[in-house]
Structure formats: structure tokens, C-alpha cells
Write a protein that binds this ligand. Structure first.
Ligand SMILES: Cc1ncc(COP(=O)(O)O)c(C=O)c1O
Length: 412
């Protein structure tokens, strides 16, 4: 049985990510007065004095091993479904295909509800419990809604999920199955966000949209803490991250800054590459134009539903991190996403989600353009299990009422 020990916590305040204005911790917050995301700040000097790397070493291999870096004050408020440390799997297939030495995939599909959304939502729901909230609402392309449904049910809270019309059927069903009031909406994720925002006074729910509450990012931050530890407190040269709302990228960037502040890593950072789909690439467009904010992407369309986000409230945080890291933003076609997804599954046994496959397609593309060097060590993110997504039908049948024609069993 999973038990969590009490631990010291170090939150000092919340801070507007744009203006730097301080807000008190331990109170309910959505956006700052400037309409921007709030970031959780810690007393890093105290944390530095208290926590050591050897203290971490013998803790259970789950997200809560980083409790001192997290905002939940009271252990009894932790809402957990078993958030394991996810494996970093070396891809020898990609290494040999691309002539590289160090390509690995962090497989977030192993987490509860089958995606990395479990990290952010575990924190958001735990904090909702700590702050006495009982009704939560989310616009979702699928995975975040599934996580919210599951963690809310686990916590005995009500949840509402609003999904764009073309959200994969399995996502809509898993959200409903795990207890959320679930609605398909004939629009995109930003239209669903509007329903949540405008419904607040009528429904008295708490808006748990990406970056519109301060704690999902703290959960996603654990990807950065975890991968640092898995790389023995060194870091890969390049990280490719499939970017929709960008919480994971912003969260990892925050993790690296906090680890440097407590002296656990140096100033070297991975180059952060934001990967988007050609049919929805607002961050790429802003990056290429040298802009700090991204314009709404019209007629967004891609099979990679998780990165079909036409407008991201944390656009400037994504772009700042990408630029500060000397990285870049790039987009890949749906065709390449499908091809690489099949290639990795059939050649290496890694069944990636389309968004994860997008990072592989981007790596291949950018090795060709020379923006990524073959000598760099690279970490790709697979954000969800490939089992959630539609696969090509298997067409081969055998009739056991006739002799089997073994010579005809062709391996493609
Ligand atoms: C599988 C998958 N990959 C990537 C993303 C994008 O994540 P982020 O919002 O952190 O950019 C999502 C978000 O829905 C997702 O479900």
C-alpha cells in the first residue's frame, strides 16, 4: 500500500510570471491580476540547507519523492494513483538510423491514466483538496480530462470535462468512465476553455485549465527533476517536447532553475525544442518571427490532438525558455508523425502516441537540416501510451477448419 511520510515544505509565495507581483500562498488563485499564469515560489535557501541528494536516494521511485519541491503542505491532502518515475529508454534504432550516440525516450505513457497529464493533475487536485475545492472543470483534448476525471473521483470531487468535437473517442469514453460529466463541444480547445470560464459564475466550479491555476505546472516540473536525477544530475544536450499549452516545457525549465539555485546542477541547460504540428504551429510562427507572444492559429488541425492548441496562455514562457536555452521551435507534418509512429513501433517495439512520434519526426527532420548535431545527446518525450490511439486494422485471418498454409505466413 502506498503511504506518504510527512515532509517539510518550502513554498514562500506565488508570483505573476509577467509582472513579478507577489501573491500569498495557501489561498485559491487562478490567473494574476495581469491575466497571466502564477508561478509557485519556494524558499530555495532553506530548501538548499535542508535537502541533500543522498536524502532523495532511498525514497520510493515516484513523483512524491520530490515533495520538498512541491506545494502540498499536508500529507493527508495528497491525491495519488501511483505516479511512478517513468523510464528513460535508449533508442538504439534511432541511434543507428541517424548515426548518433545518445538518443533516449522518456516514456510518460506508464503513468496513471496513461499520460503525463497525471503529473500536473495529481498536484492540481491535491492542492484543490488542500484549499477546500470540490468541483473542478477543464477544457481538454483528451488526456488532461482523463487525468482530471480519475483524480477527482479518487478525491471524492466532482469534475466536468469539455472536449473538442474531434477528440479521440477513447479519450472521451475514458473521461466519462472515470466519473466526469463529459461533453463534446463543436469547437476547438479554446472554445471549450470559454465554456469553463463563462460557466464559472453559474456552476461555481474551479477552472483547472492549463496554466490558469498555479499547480499543474508544479506537477509537470517533476519531469525535469526526475530526468536530472536519471541523468545523474547531468542533463542531455537537447530535449524535444511536443508543445501544446507548453506546461511541461515551462515546468522543466522551472525545475532546472530551482536545481541550479540549490546548487544541484550548474548553469548548462539542454537546448529546448518545442515541437508542433504543421496544422497548428503558433509557437513556431512566433519563434520564427522573433515575437514573444503567439497569435491565434486559424483552422488548427492535426491528428496529434494533444498539440492542437491554437492559442497558449503561457506562449511567452515557452518562447522565453526556448530562446534562453538556444533551442528552437519546429513543426512536422501529420504524414511524418504517422510514419514515425509505425516505424518506432515495428522496428523497436515502442508504441508512441502521435505527439511522442512528432518528437521523433522532428529529430529526424532537424538532423537533416543540421539544427541538431549528431554528436548531441537527445531526449525525446513520449507523453502518452500509444494504446489510446487508433491503430490500423489487422487484416490477416486463419481458418482452423482447413490445413494451415505455413508457407503463406509472410512476415512483412
Ligand atoms: C499526449 C500529449 N502530448 C502533448 C501534449 C501537450 O502538452 P503541453 O500542454 O504540456 O504542451 C498533450 C496535451 O494535451 C498531450 O495529451
Amino acid at each position: 500500500m502506498q503511504e506518504f511520510p510527512d515532509r517539510k515544505t518550502f513554498v514562500s509565495h506565488l508570483e505573476c510570471s509577467e509582472t513579478g507581483r507577489h501573491y500569498p500562498a495557501d489561498q485559491i488563485h487562478n490567473l494574476s491580476d495581469a491575466g497571466k499564469p502564477l508561478l509557485v515560489r519556494y524558499d530555495l535557501n532553506a530548501l538548499k540547507t535542508y535537502l541533500t541528494k543522498p536524502m532523495l536516494r532511498n525514497r520510493p521511485a515516484n513523483l512524491w519523492r520530490y515533495r520538498e519541491f512541491l506545494p502540498v503542505r499536508k500529507t493527508e491532502n495528497i491525491v495519488s494513483l501511483g505516479e511512478i518515475m517513468t523510464p528513460v529508454i535508449r533508442s538504439r534504432y534511432l541511434e543507428s538510423k541517424l548515426g548518433m550516440d545518445a538518443v533516449a525516450i522518456k516514456d510518460e505513457g506508464r503513468l496513471p491514466t496513461g499520460s503525463f497529464k497525471a503529473r500536473g493533475i495529481a498536484l492540481a487536485v491535491s492542492m484543490a483538496k488542500e484549499l477546500g475545492l470540490t468541483k473542478l472543470a477543464i477544457p481538454t483534448n483528451g488526456n488532461a480530462g482523463a487525468a482530471l476525471a480519475a483524480y477527482s473521483s479518487r478525491a471524492g470531487m466532482q469534475s466536468y470535462a469539455f472536449c473538442p468535437e474531434d477528440t479521440p473517442e477513447v479519450n472521451v469514453r475514458e473521461i466519462a468512465m472515470q466519473g466526469a460529466a463529459t461533453f463534446r463541444v463543436n469547437g476547438l480547445i479554446n472554445d471549450c476553455g470559454k465554456i469553463v470560464r463563462e460557466g464559472q459564475p453559474h456552476m461555481d466550479w474551479f477552472d483547472i485549465s492549463t496554466l490558469k491555476e498555479p499547480y499543474r505546472i508544479e506537477g509537470k516540473k517533476t519531469m525535469g527533476l526526475e530526468l536530472c536525477e536519471q541523468y545523474q544530475w547531468q542533463l542531455p544536450d537537447v530535449i524535444l517536447y511536443p508543445t501544446g499549452g507548453g506546461t511541461g516545457l515551462i515546468g522543466m525549465w522551472k525545475a532546472f532553475a530551482e536545481l541550479e539555485a540549490i546548487g544541484w546542477i550548474g548553469s548548462k541547460r539542454p537546448r529546448m525544442i518545442a515541437v508542433q504540428a504543421e496544422g497548428c504551429a503558433p509557437i513556431v510562427k512566433a519563434f520564427d518571427a522573433g515575437d514573444r507572444y503567439a497569435a491565434l492559429w486559424q483552422n488548427a488541425s492535426t491528428l496529434a490532438a494533444g498539440i492542437r492548441v491554437p492559442v497558449a496562455i503561457g506562449d511567452f514562457l515557452i518562447l522565453d525558455a526556448v530562446r534562453q536555452s538556444q533551442g528552437f521551435a519546429c513543426s512536422v507534418s501529420d504524414e511524418d508523425i504517422e510514419l514515425t509512429q509505425r516505424e518506432l513501433a515495428s522496428r523497436e517495439g515502442l508504441l508512441l502516441c502521435p505527439e511522442g512520434a512528432a518528437t521523433v519526426a522532428a529529430l529526424i527532420q532537424e538532423i537533416n537540416t543540421g539544427r541538431i548535431d549528431k554528436n548531441e545527446s537527445v531526449l525525446l518525450f513520449n507523453c502518452a501510451t500509444g494504446l489510446k490511439y487508433e491503430m490500423p486494422e489487422s487484416q490477416s485471418h486463419l481458418d482452423i477448419t482447413h490445413p494451415i498454409d505455413y508457407a503463406g505466413l509472410v512476415h512483412e
